[in-house]
Design a protein around this ligand. Structure first.
Ligand SMILES: [Zn+2]
Length: 337
Protein backbone atom coordinates (compact mmCIF):
# COMPACT_ATOMS: atom_id res chain seq x y z
CA UNK A 1 0.00 0.00 0.00
CA UNK A 2 2.93 2.35 0.70
CA UNK A 3 4.27 1.75 -2.80
CA UNK A 4 0.99 2.75 -4.37
CA UNK A 5 1.05 6.06 -2.42
CA UNK A 6 4.59 6.67 -3.64
CA UNK A 7 3.61 5.89 -7.20
CA UNK A 8 0.66 8.23 -6.89
CA UNK A 9 2.92 11.01 -5.59
CA UNK A 10 5.43 10.50 -8.38
CA UNK A 11 2.65 10.45 -10.92
CA UNK A 12 1.32 13.77 -9.63
CA UNK A 13 4.76 15.38 -9.74
CA UNK A 14 5.46 14.08 -13.25
CA UNK A 15 2.08 15.09 -14.57
CA UNK A 16 2.11 18.60 -13.20
CA UNK A 17 5.84 19.32 -13.04
CA UNK A 18 8.15 19.52 -10.01
CA UNK A 19 8.02 23.32 -9.88
CA UNK A 20 4.23 23.40 -9.71
CA UNK A 21 3.18 25.67 -6.82
CA UNK A 22 0.03 23.81 -6.01
CA UNK A 23 -0.91 20.21 -6.68
CA UNK A 24 -4.48 19.04 -7.28
CA UNK A 25 -6.54 18.25 -4.21
CA UNK A 26 -7.47 14.66 -3.49
CA UNK A 27 -10.31 12.58 -2.07
CA UNK A 28 -9.95 10.62 1.15
CA UNK A 29 -9.43 7.40 -0.86
CA UNK A 30 -6.30 8.86 -2.51
CA UNK A 31 -4.34 9.74 0.63
CA UNK A 32 -2.82 7.54 3.39
CA UNK A 33 -5.55 6.51 5.90
CA UNK A 34 -3.91 8.28 8.86
CA UNK A 35 -4.16 11.62 7.04
CA UNK A 36 -7.93 11.38 6.68
CA UNK A 37 -10.42 13.05 9.04
CA UNK A 38 -13.83 11.59 9.85
CA UNK A 39 -16.62 12.76 7.48
CA UNK A 40 -14.22 14.93 5.41
CA UNK A 41 -14.27 13.44 1.93
CA UNK A 42 -12.27 15.79 -0.31
CA UNK A 43 -9.90 18.77 -0.33
CA UNK A 44 -6.89 16.76 0.90
CA UNK A 45 -3.31 17.71 0.09
CA UNK A 46 -1.04 14.74 -0.56
CA UNK A 47 1.66 14.49 2.17
CA UNK A 48 4.60 15.26 -0.15
CA UNK A 49 4.28 19.05 -0.45
CA UNK A 50 7.32 21.32 -0.42
CA UNK A 51 7.48 24.15 2.14
CA UNK A 52 6.56 26.62 -0.61
CA UNK A 53 3.55 24.58 -1.72
CA UNK A 54 2.38 24.40 1.90
CA UNK A 55 2.67 28.18 2.32
CA UNK A 56 0.83 28.82 -0.95
CA UNK A 57 -1.93 26.42 0.13
CA UNK A 58 -2.97 28.99 2.78
CA UNK A 59 -4.50 30.97 -0.09
CA UNK A 60 -6.33 28.17 -1.86
CA UNK A 61 -9.37 26.27 -0.62
CA UNK A 62 -8.13 23.00 0.92
CA UNK A 63 -9.57 21.27 3.99
CA UNK A 64 -6.81 22.86 6.12
CA UNK A 65 -7.22 26.48 4.90
CA UNK A 66 -9.98 27.33 7.41
CA UNK A 67 -8.09 25.57 10.21
CA UNK A 68 -5.06 27.74 9.48
CA UNK A 69 -6.82 31.11 9.30
CA UNK A 70 -9.08 30.52 12.33
CA UNK A 71 -5.97 30.44 14.53
CA UNK A 72 -3.67 32.72 12.53
CA UNK A 73 -5.89 35.82 12.34
CA UNK A 74 -6.68 35.70 16.10
CA UNK A 75 -2.96 36.27 16.77
CA UNK A 76 -3.44 39.89 15.67
CA UNK A 77 -6.73 40.36 17.52
CA UNK A 78 -5.25 38.89 20.70
CA UNK A 79 -2.05 40.99 20.45
CA UNK A 80 -4.15 44.13 20.07
CA UNK A 81 -6.19 43.33 23.21
CA UNK A 82 -3.05 42.33 25.08
CA UNK A 83 -1.31 45.64 24.36
CA UNK A 84 -4.47 47.50 25.36
CA UNK A 85 -3.91 46.42 28.99
CA UNK A 86 -0.82 48.65 29.19
CA UNK A 87 -2.97 51.68 28.46
CA UNK A 88 -5.32 51.03 31.40
CA UNK A 89 -5.48 53.82 33.93
CA UNK A 90 -3.02 53.22 36.77
CA UNK A 91 -1.19 50.42 34.94
CA UNK A 92 2.59 50.32 35.46
CA UNK A 93 5.11 50.32 32.59
CA UNK A 94 5.05 47.21 30.32
CA UNK A 95 8.58 46.34 31.52
CA UNK A 96 7.52 46.47 35.21
CA UNK A 97 7.91 43.08 36.99
CA UNK A 98 4.20 43.35 37.74
CA UNK A 99 3.59 42.30 34.15
CA UNK A 100 6.01 39.33 34.08
CA UNK A 101 3.24 36.73 34.66
CA UNK A 102 1.15 38.54 32.06
CA UNK A 103 3.96 38.33 29.49
CA UNK A 104 4.25 34.65 30.33
CA UNK A 105 0.56 34.24 29.63
CA UNK A 106 0.95 36.19 26.36
CA UNK A 107 3.74 33.82 25.25
CA UNK A 108 1.54 30.81 26.11
CA UNK A 109 -1.30 32.11 23.91
CA UNK A 110 1.10 33.14 21.14
CA UNK A 111 2.69 29.66 21.09
CA UNK A 112 -0.77 28.09 21.07
CA UNK A 113 -2.14 30.12 18.14
CA UNK A 114 1.07 30.09 16.12
CA UNK A 115 1.81 26.40 16.80
CA UNK A 116 -1.71 25.39 15.84
CA UNK A 117 -1.95 27.47 12.66
CA UNK A 118 1.49 26.35 11.43
CA UNK A 119 0.70 22.72 12.29
CA UNK A 120 -2.37 22.89 10.04
CA UNK A 121 -0.47 24.65 7.26
CA UNK A 122 2.73 22.57 7.17
CA UNK A 123 1.43 19.08 8.01
CA UNK A 124 1.39 17.94 4.38
CA UNK A 125 5.18 18.09 3.96
CA UNK A 126 5.55 14.42 4.95
CA UNK A 127 3.97 11.90 7.31
CA UNK A 128 6.72 12.35 9.90
CA UNK A 129 6.51 16.18 9.71
CA UNK A 130 2.76 15.81 10.14
CA UNK A 131 3.32 13.96 13.42
CA UNK A 132 5.86 16.56 14.60
CA UNK A 133 3.44 19.39 13.69
CA UNK A 134 0.63 17.99 15.80
CA UNK A 135 2.90 16.98 18.68
CA UNK A 136 4.15 20.58 18.81
CA UNK A 137 0.50 21.71 18.63
CA UNK A 138 -0.31 19.67 21.79
CA UNK A 139 2.86 20.99 23.44
CA UNK A 140 1.76 24.58 22.87
CA UNK A 141 -1.70 23.92 24.37
CA UNK A 142 0.08 22.83 27.54
CA UNK A 143 2.34 25.89 27.37
CA UNK A 144 -0.83 27.98 27.37
CA UNK A 145 -2.21 26.06 30.37
CA UNK A 146 0.93 26.75 32.39
CA UNK A 147 1.08 30.40 31.28
CA UNK A 148 -2.51 31.07 32.33
CA UNK A 149 -2.04 29.22 35.66
CA UNK A 150 0.80 31.56 36.46
CA UNK A 151 -1.27 34.64 35.61
CA UNK A 152 -4.17 33.39 37.76
CA UNK A 153 -1.89 32.62 40.68
CA UNK A 154 -0.07 35.93 40.80
CA UNK A 155 -2.94 38.28 40.02
CA UNK A 156 -5.63 36.58 42.09
CA UNK A 157 -3.19 35.85 44.95
CA UNK A 158 -5.40 33.27 46.75
CA UNK A 159 -4.95 33.16 50.48
CA UNK A 160 -4.96 29.38 50.93
CA UNK A 161 -1.26 28.99 51.67
CA UNK A 162 -0.73 25.24 51.69
CA UNK A 163 -2.29 24.36 48.34
CA UNK A 164 -1.60 27.48 46.32
CA UNK A 165 1.91 28.24 47.57
CA UNK A 166 3.27 24.69 47.45
CA UNK A 167 1.19 22.62 45.08
CA UNK A 168 -0.67 24.75 42.55
CA UNK A 169 2.09 25.67 40.05
CA UNK A 170 3.87 22.25 40.31
CA UNK A 171 0.57 20.39 39.71
CA UNK A 172 -0.32 22.58 36.78
CA UNK A 173 3.14 21.91 35.21
CA UNK A 174 2.86 18.18 35.89
CA UNK A 175 -0.65 17.96 34.42
CA UNK A 176 0.54 19.91 31.35
CA UNK A 177 3.30 17.36 30.70
CA UNK A 178 0.95 14.39 31.28
CA UNK A 179 -1.50 15.93 28.79
CA UNK A 180 1.18 16.26 26.09
CA UNK A 181 2.23 12.63 26.56
CA UNK A 182 -1.37 11.38 26.46
CA UNK A 183 -2.29 13.43 23.39
CA UNK A 184 0.85 12.31 21.54
CA UNK A 185 -0.11 8.71 22.33
CA UNK A 186 -3.59 9.17 20.81
CA UNK A 187 -1.91 9.50 17.42
CA UNK A 188 -0.82 5.85 17.71
CA UNK A 189 -3.09 4.09 20.18
CA UNK A 190 -6.75 4.64 21.11
CA UNK A 191 -7.23 6.18 17.65
CA UNK A 192 -10.93 5.36 17.60
CA UNK A 193 -11.50 7.53 20.66
CA UNK A 194 -8.82 10.10 19.88
CA UNK A 195 -11.08 13.18 19.77
CA UNK A 196 -12.79 12.28 23.06
CA UNK A 197 -9.49 11.46 24.81
CA UNK A 198 -7.82 14.68 23.60
CA UNK A 199 -10.80 16.77 24.70
CA UNK A 200 -10.95 15.17 28.15
CA UNK A 201 -7.20 15.50 28.57
CA UNK A 202 -7.51 19.24 28.06
CA UNK A 203 -10.51 19.66 30.34
CA UNK A 204 -8.47 18.35 33.28
CA UNK A 205 -5.90 21.20 33.21
CA UNK A 206 -8.83 23.62 33.09
CA UNK A 207 -9.98 22.45 36.52
CA UNK A 208 -6.45 22.63 37.95
CA UNK A 209 -5.45 25.94 36.40
CA UNK A 210 -8.78 27.64 37.19
CA UNK A 211 -8.50 26.79 40.90
CA UNK A 212 -7.60 30.41 41.88
CA UNK A 213 -10.66 31.67 39.95
CA UNK A 214 -12.88 29.12 41.73
CA UNK A 215 -11.33 30.29 45.00
CA UNK A 216 -12.04 33.92 44.16
CA UNK A 217 -15.63 33.24 43.10
CA UNK A 218 -16.41 31.03 46.09
CA UNK A 219 -14.60 32.99 48.78
CA UNK A 220 -17.17 35.04 50.75
CA UNK A 221 -14.83 38.01 51.32
CA UNK A 222 -14.34 38.59 47.58
CA UNK A 223 -18.06 38.72 46.80
CA UNK A 224 -19.17 40.74 49.83
CA UNK A 225 -20.34 44.33 49.28
CA UNK A 226 -17.51 45.51 51.56
CA UNK A 227 -14.94 44.16 49.08
CA UNK A 228 -12.72 46.88 47.61
CA UNK A 229 -13.88 46.04 44.09
CA UNK A 230 -17.35 44.41 43.98
CA UNK A 231 -17.80 45.58 40.38
CA UNK A 232 -14.57 43.86 39.42
CA UNK A 233 -15.75 40.67 41.09
CA UNK A 234 -18.99 40.58 39.09
CA UNK A 235 -17.11 41.33 35.83
CA UNK A 236 -14.72 38.51 36.60
CA UNK A 237 -17.60 36.13 37.28
CA UNK A 238 -19.21 37.09 33.96
CA UNK A 239 -15.94 36.53 32.10
CA UNK A 240 -15.41 33.21 33.82
CA UNK A 241 -18.87 31.89 32.93
CA UNK A 242 -18.31 33.05 29.36
CA UNK A 243 -14.96 31.23 29.40
CA UNK A 244 -16.66 28.03 30.65
CA UNK A 245 -19.40 28.36 28.04
CA UNK A 246 -16.92 28.56 25.13
CA UNK A 247 -14.91 25.71 26.64
CA UNK A 248 -17.98 23.45 26.65
CA UNK A 249 -19.00 24.50 23.13
CA UNK A 250 -15.46 23.88 21.81
CA UNK A 251 -15.43 20.41 23.45
CA UNK A 252 -18.84 19.73 21.90
CA UNK A 253 -17.59 20.49 18.37
CA UNK A 254 -14.38 18.54 18.85
CA UNK A 255 -16.13 15.37 20.02
CA UNK A 256 -19.37 15.47 18.03
CA UNK A 257 -17.88 16.33 14.60
CA UNK A 258 -21.01 18.36 13.85
CA UNK A 259 -21.92 19.63 11.23
CA UNK A 260 -19.95 17.37 8.81
CA UNK A 261 -21.27 14.23 10.56
CA UNK A 262 -24.78 14.98 9.21
CA UNK A 263 -23.67 15.90 5.72
CA UNK A 264 -20.32 14.31 4.83
CA UNK A 265 -18.69 16.08 1.90
CA UNK A 266 -20.56 19.38 2.24
CA UNK A 267 -18.26 20.92 4.85
CA UNK A 268 -14.94 19.64 3.48
CA UNK A 269 -13.46 23.10 2.92
CA UNK A 270 -15.46 25.59 5.00
CA UNK A 271 -17.55 25.22 8.15
CA UNK A 272 -16.40 21.86 9.53
CA UNK A 273 -16.23 21.22 13.26
CA UNK A 274 -12.50 21.81 13.68
CA UNK A 275 -12.87 25.40 12.44
CA UNK A 276 -15.69 26.02 14.96
CA UNK A 277 -13.52 24.38 17.61
CA UNK A 278 -10.73 26.86 16.80
CA UNK A 279 -13.12 29.84 16.97
CA UNK A 280 -14.46 28.74 20.36
CA UNK A 281 -10.93 28.14 21.65
CA UNK A 282 -10.03 31.69 20.74
CA UNK A 283 -13.17 33.12 22.36
CA UNK A 284 -12.36 31.42 25.67
CA UNK A 285 -8.90 33.03 25.81
CA UNK A 286 -10.31 36.37 26.94
CA UNK A 287 -10.52 35.65 30.67
CA UNK A 288 -6.94 35.84 31.98
CA UNK A 289 -6.57 39.25 30.30
CA UNK A 290 -8.98 40.55 32.90
CA UNK A 291 -7.06 39.17 35.84
CA UNK A 292 -4.33 41.85 36.21
CA UNK A 293 -7.15 44.38 36.27
CA UNK A 294 -7.89 43.32 39.86
CA UNK A 295 -4.38 44.20 41.00
CA UNK A 296 -4.36 47.49 39.11
CA UNK A 297 -7.68 48.55 40.63
CA UNK A 298 -6.76 47.33 44.12
CA UNK A 299 -3.19 48.67 43.86
CA UNK A 300 -1.71 45.37 45.09
CA UNK A 301 1.34 45.39 42.81
CA UNK A 302 3.72 44.30 45.57
CA UNK A 303 1.94 41.01 46.18
CA UNK A 304 2.48 40.09 42.54
CA UNK A 305 6.23 40.57 42.72
CA UNK A 306 6.82 37.98 45.45
CA UNK A 307 9.13 35.12 44.36
CA UNK A 308 8.18 35.33 40.69
CA UNK A 309 11.68 34.28 39.66
CA UNK A 310 11.40 30.78 41.14
CA UNK A 311 7.94 30.07 39.70
CA UNK A 312 8.73 31.82 36.43
CA UNK A 313 11.84 29.68 35.84
CA UNK A 314 9.96 26.53 36.72
CA UNK A 315 7.17 27.42 34.33
CA UNK A 316 9.56 28.14 31.50
CA UNK A 317 11.22 24.82 32.24
CA UNK A 318 7.97 22.99 31.97
CA UNK A 319 6.93 24.87 28.80
CA UNK A 320 10.29 23.84 27.30
CA UNK A 321 9.72 20.24 28.42
CA UNK A 322 6.31 20.20 26.75
CA UNK A 323 7.74 21.51 23.49
CA UNK A 324 10.90 19.37 23.63
CA UNK A 325 8.88 16.25 24.34
CA UNK A 326 6.54 16.95 21.46
CA UNK A 327 9.57 17.18 19.13
CA UNK A 328 11.50 14.21 20.53
CA UNK A 329 8.51 11.89 20.74
CA UNK A 330 8.00 11.20 17.00
CA UNK A 331 11.76 11.04 16.36
CA UNK A 332 12.58 8.52 19.09
CA UNK A 333 9.41 6.43 18.68
CA UNK A 334 8.62 6.82 14.98
CA UNK A 335 4.94 6.31 14.29
CA UNK A 336 4.04 3.21 12.29
CA UNK A 337 2.24 4.30 9.14
ZN1 LIG B 1 -6.47 22.60 15.21
Amino acid sequence: RNISFLEKAQHLNLSFGPVMWSLPLLRYTDVPPRVTENFILSGYRFPNYSLRQCLVSAFRPTNETGNFWTHFLPIFVFTFHFLEVFTWEGAPEPSNPFFYPFWNYFLGVLYLLLGSSLAHLLNSMSLIIREICFFVDYGTISAYTVGSSLAYYYYIHPQVQLFFDSLYIPSSCLIAIICVITCCNTRQCWRKYRYAVRTLVFLLPFFISSAPVFYRLLSPSASSPSSSSPHLFSTMATFFYRHCFWLVVSAFFNISKIPERFSPGNFDIWGHSHQWFHCCTFLKLTLPRLVPRGCIVEQTFQKVLISFTREGCMTHDSICHCLAFSLIRPLTFPPSF
